[in-house]
Design a protein around this ligand. Structure first.
Ligand code: ADP
Ligand code: RBF
Ligand code: MG
Length: 155
């Protein structure tokens, strides 16, 4: 797709509280990024579902799947950027700095007839992400210097 020329896109910001819909209970917690980060996404990166890499507070870099947009199933009024990291965390990390590299587009955001269909779609996205991110041309971003930069504590 034409917009793939703007990918990969690197960004960093604080993890904030999201819509509180209990995504965690569905087994798919999403780390919502601060509004400043969402507002800075270039206009030529359309809303949709993406795969990439992410790390919490400069820690290990994990595969992620991310939703960018208005969550049509829930008809949200604010645009959100919410990665689900493919890693089991023992504790929440609200307030931490999340470093994200958006590598590739998976599909547009959609509405579904039931929450079960939404969950099934997300599970399928996770499989796509695992496979895509194992390709050398996508895996290389895991080792990018961006993930090792020292960042101001104000971030
Ligand atoms: P909210 O609506 O506040 O975003 P969620 O149910 O989406 O609530 O849970 C998100 C929180 O869960 C994140 O902010 C983070 O602290 C925590 N979390 C735990 N494991 C993960 C994970 N694998 N990926 C993303 N967030 C996770
Ligand atoms: N929400 C939608 O309304 N439509 C979608 O197609 C959709 N796809 C998603 C794909 C992934 C990989 C993730 C992590 C989330 C997706 N969501 C989608 C967002 C989901 O509705 C949201 O994370 C929860 O409602 C919590 O805000
Ligand atoms: Mg969330």
């Amino acid at each position: 797709m034409s917009f793939s020329s703007v990918l990969p896109y690197f960004c960093r910001g604080k993890v904030v509280h999201g819509f509180g819909r209990g995504s965690k209970e569905l087994g798919i917690p999403t780390a919502n990024l601060a509004k400043e980060v969402v507002d800075h996404i270039p206009k030529d990166i359309p809303t949709g579902i993406y795969h990439g890499w992410a790390s919490v507070d400069g820690g290990e870099v994990h595969k992620m799947v991310m939703s960018l947009g208005w969550n049509p199933f829930y008809k949200d009024k604010t645009k959100s950027m919410e990665p689900h990291l493919l890693h089991h965390f023992k504790e929440d990390f609200y307030g931490s700095t999340l470093s994200v590299c958006i590598v590739g587009y998976i599909r547009p955001e959609m509405s579904f007839n039931s929450v079960d269909e939404l969950i099934a779609a997300i599970h399928s996205d996770m499989e796509v992400a695992k496979r895509e991110l194992d390709k050398p041309e996508n895996r290389m971003y895991r080792d990018d210097n961006f993930f090792h930069e020292k960042t101001p504590s104000s971030l």
